[in-house]
Design a protein around this ligand. Structure first.
Ligand SMILES: Cc1ncc(COP(=O)(O)O)c(C=O)c1O
Length: 461
């Protein structure tokens, strides 16, 4: 809930604290600084993916166990980043480590199906109530293939996504994310804008964005596209947005989307790369009770090994079954990933694990909200399952437009520095949510709240 009255944060104070906290972090991470100098010689920007970049240097990690990670300077952190939400099991979980160790001695890759792949498929079908599954190796591959399936099934090319949502790094979905607020256009006719260079304009034009939490805007845009002879193949969306902090669906919104897509013969894809396995055993489908035609999974599925999956109804997979849609990949269903996923699903992410995550998150969200109210801090806490955040905005964020209008990037950066200097590892430089792991304790949550209180105190007293 948005707070009604709040203090105005002194921007000069944010800048002063940012400078002193950045100097403190630099002082503690000389090993990373020196390693960055070496890494830059071979890796572009010294990192494996641009989302790992950070100025003045990235923090290089050496290892993790349970809820903790260590950097190469020997600093110990409680991990609330958890690999963008992949490590909801905690690091180096005994059951997953054993499954992978047992498997690797038996051969780690055949490009032929194995028993574990079937067992994982059966469990995913049970959890999601979707009968058919295929594997891939990442979230991007999952969304790319799901969109192809939808295009084939409908015989249509245009697709609809939510403005501001991230669905991976392939061209179809690298559209209308992270762009300037004044360029997005009117909410009933939002612009299709490329996310970075190298995306063909023809692909950009085929991806149409609509605002989250606005079923009317979605339906109006669909009707306009139909009138132009450009009916869309699918709506691809997260049931709860997970890249603007956490933005939950308003009551009735997902049900309305399901009805609209059904009415217009459009496939509904829930991208559960972040929500899947992290907000409930059966992801957003279980949590919110709306069944799409297809879901995409990755991140937490493989317990720290690269993997991904697409699930759907028999009907949705008909053309793949008939081999008219070519869904393939050398490493799909890789035995190591499948052994890890099997242990993850059957031994680690149990009903008790989900009950623990819910209890942890409740405590963390309530603790942060108490701090917000005590200091009349501009913001509110919001979350679901293992995921949550403090949104630094006095207004409730419901979509990209309200996010951009209220975004406080300076405060986010300062909060990140406060966390890092006080033993809390968080995603660098982006408005990301926390992901708890089942190895976190209530004390760990209290520690997070304590650091947030220190920040609130220093900014308001
Ligand atoms: C919702 C969502 N979909 C897809 C992806 C892409 O996944 P990957 O990075 O494994 O390709 C991400 C990655 O952050 C994501 O958050």
């Amino acid at each position: 809930m948005a707070t009604r009255t709040h203090v105005e944060i002194d921007r000069t104070r944010i800048k002063e604290l940012t400078a002193s906290e950045a100097a403190k972090l630099n002082e503690r991470t000389h090993g990373s600084r020196d390693f960055y100098a070496r890494a830059q010689q071979s890796l572009v920007g010294g990192v494996a993916s641009s989302y790992q970049s950070r100025a003045p240097w990235p923090i290089y990690l050496s290892h993790g166990k349970g809820a903790n990670v260590w950097d190469i300077d020997g600093n110990e952190f409680l991990d609330f980043h958890n690999g963008f939400g992949s490590m909801v099991q905690g690091h180096a979980h005994d059951a997953i480590s054993k499954a992978v160790t047992d498997r690797i001695g038996l051969g780690s890759h055949f490009a032929a199906p194995t028993e574990d792949a079937v067992i994982v498929g059966e469990e995913l079908a049970r959890r999601w109530g979707l009968s058919k599954w295929r594997y891939v190796n990442s979230g991007s591959e999952a969304t790319m293939d799901a969109i192809r399936i939808a295009r084939a099934a409908t015989g249509r090319d245009p697709i609809i996504k939510i403005f501001g949502s991230y669905h991976g790094h392939h061209d179809y979905v690298m559209v209308s994310i992270g762009v300037e607020y004044d360029k997005i256009g009117d909410r009933f006719n939002l612009e299709s804008l490329p996310y970075g260079m190298g995306i063909p304009q023809a692909v950009v034009d085929m991806t149409i964005a609509v605002p989250f939490n606005d079923a009317e805007a979605m339906e109006r845009r669909i009707e306009a596209l139909v009138a132009e002879g450009r009916a869309p193949a699918c709506v691809i969306m997260e049931a709860a947005m997970m890249n603007l902090g956490v933005v939950l669906p308003e009551p009735g919104y997902l049900e309305a989307v399901r009805e609209i897509t059904r009415k217009h013969g459009i496939m509904l894809i829930f991208d559960e790369v972040k929500t899947g396995l992290c907000i409930a055993a059966g992801g957003a489908v279980e949590r919110f009770g709306v069944r799409p035609d297809l879901v995409t999974l990755a991140k937490a599925l493989g317990g720290g090994l690269p993997s991904g999956a697409i699930g759907g109804t028999d009907e949705a997979f008909e053309l793949v079954e008939a081999e008219k849609v070519v869904q393939v990949g050398t490493y799909n269903g890789n035995p190591l990933s499948m052994a890890a996923a099997r242990a993850n699903l059957l031994e680690v992410m149990t009903p008790e694990a989900y009950a623990h995550l819910d209890a942890l998150n409740e405590r963390l969200l309530a603790g942060c909200q108490m701090v917000i109210e005590k200091y009349s801090f501009p913001g509110y806490s919001v979350g679901v399952g293992s995921k949550g955040c403090v949104t630094f905005s006095p207004e409730k964020i419901t979509d990209y437009e309200s996010f951009k209008a209220n975004q406080d990037a300076e405060l986010c950066e300062l909060a990140w520095l406060y966390n890092m200097n006080r033993g809390i590892f968080m995603t660098p430089g982006r408005e990301e949510e926390w992901t708890l792991s089942i190895t976190h304790s209530f004390e760990d949550c209290d520690r997070f709240v304590g650091v947030f209180e220190e920040l609130a105190y220093d900014l308001t007293e």
